[in-house]
Write a protein that binds this ligand. Sequence first.
Ligand SMILES: Cc1cc2nc3c(=O)[nH]c(=O)nc-3n(C[C@H](O)[C@H](O)[C@H](O)COP(=O)(O)OP(=O)(O)OC[C@H]3O[C@@H](n4cnc5c(N)ncnc54)[C@H](O)[C@@H]3O)c2cc1C
Length: 466
Amino acid sequence: MTVVVVGAGPVGVTAALLLAQRGIDVLVLDRHSSAHPQPRAVHLDDESLRVLQAAGVADAFAAVSRPMAGLRLLDGAHRTLVEFRRGAGEHGWPQASMFDQPDLEAVLRAALVAEPRAQLRGGVEVLHVEHDAGPIRLVVRDAGVEEELLADAVLGCDGANSTVRRLIGAGMRDLGPAERWLVVDLVADVPLDVWPGVHQVCDPVRPATFLPIAGPRYRAEFRLSDGETAADLDLPALLARFGAAGCTVTRAAEYTFAAQVADRWRSGRVLLCGDAAHLTPPFIGQGLGLGLRDVHQLTWKLAAVLAGADDALLDTHQAERAPHARSLIRLAVLLGRLMTGGGDRAALVRRAVLAGVRRLPRLAAFASASRTPPLRPGPLVRRPRFAPRSPVGSLLPQPPIAGPERLDDVLGPGWAVLTAGGPVPVAWPGRVVRVADLGSPELARWLGRRSVLVRPDRIVAASVSS
Ligand SMILES: Cc1cc2nc3c(=O)[nH]c(=O)nc-3n(C[C@H](O)[C@H](O)[C@H](O)COP(=O)(O)OP(=O)(O)OC[C@H]3O[C@@H](n4cnc5c(N)ncnc54)[C@H](O)[C@@H]3O)c2cc1C
């Protein structure tokens, strides 16, 4: 069985690593011969690090990243309006990590080179994907020569302008207006005297973001008004407001940030993941995190289908991932709206209320604990209705356990049942692990008298209380 992954960005390479671990041969194709050189993502949450852990690269990622203190919303005069702290978290990794995307991509590609089941071919552009009956046929161009390849499944991880998305007839749906921002990367000779977290300036005149990345690197972002270009900005003066006037500007690039989700994520065994399926404004640093969770939640299902399970299992990809993506993208749009209002604390709250009361609890949960929304109920998420405190649909926590291993490693690559000792439904698949044997009072407290069914991607699928 061979899966072709189109796109060797961070999402495609992570998908390839996860599939290869499940014994599947993977061919990754990218039109460029090397990784994207420009810094893009700078923040990942601890849920995303669980995915990197599953892919076997979390420790290598920790070596090129640093934990981050949290998020501050500032007014136009740079006074703090609200502060959301980030710390150790419940997933065994820092709740927020800062890094340079090229460093993460180097870590992922190094792991791929060491994976005998995976192969990366750079300089190969995918032109066509045909998928009637039998194997999927891809037409690719390598050094000007067209070639045909066959695959049992294709993952379109080919980014914002996805060819695969177009070829399966999918389009993007807007969830908010696109905005133009100037993104400025900086290097300081001596460390700047700034709070080590993300500063979001809520100023209607010039919304801005400032954050330390890792080592001597910093990033500043300034929203551009209609018709305005980077040349119209007094960049030294804007940087001086963050104490960064003396930094060297290594790059200043204009980006249009969209808020979009694809209307169709699958055609047969051709499936979309990452930026090909959704585009997120950067305010909550979730664009890449969403893509990593896409492939963590898809690859075990695809492996099961390739091993003989019903293809209907793949229907759950869009059904689970699209509402989750929409929810987070709407939060990013909401935060963007809060940022453009300026004023005092009362004005901020007023705008938050106007922007949508229903979404406030979700914003609070996300801002205070970096918790992303649970998956909606479905065949693999047996979440009772009206049970806001149910763990079903969310990631199992990963507190420390006795011994050198982490919880995910002890649970193994398949389904698992974590139990306090009460009766476990006979229909539940997977290895049974008693919480008392794990040496984790924290996990025992979280579980209480429950038994939970945990999917291979560590999402809690069902829960019973004894
Ligand atoms: C300025 C900026 C800041 C950001 N900050 C954050 C952040 O802090 N946190 C966060 O989580 N996210 C952030 N993001 C978003 C994040 O960078 C993206 O979500 C992430 O790069 C998407 O990864 P991907 O693998 O899906 O796509 P990409 O990284 O775009 O990779 C797609 C790959 O597909 C290849 N490809 C395309 N078409 C074809 C074809 N036809 N044939 C072969 N290959 C093809 C491309 O060459 C490319 O290598 C930010 C983005 C920007 C621009």
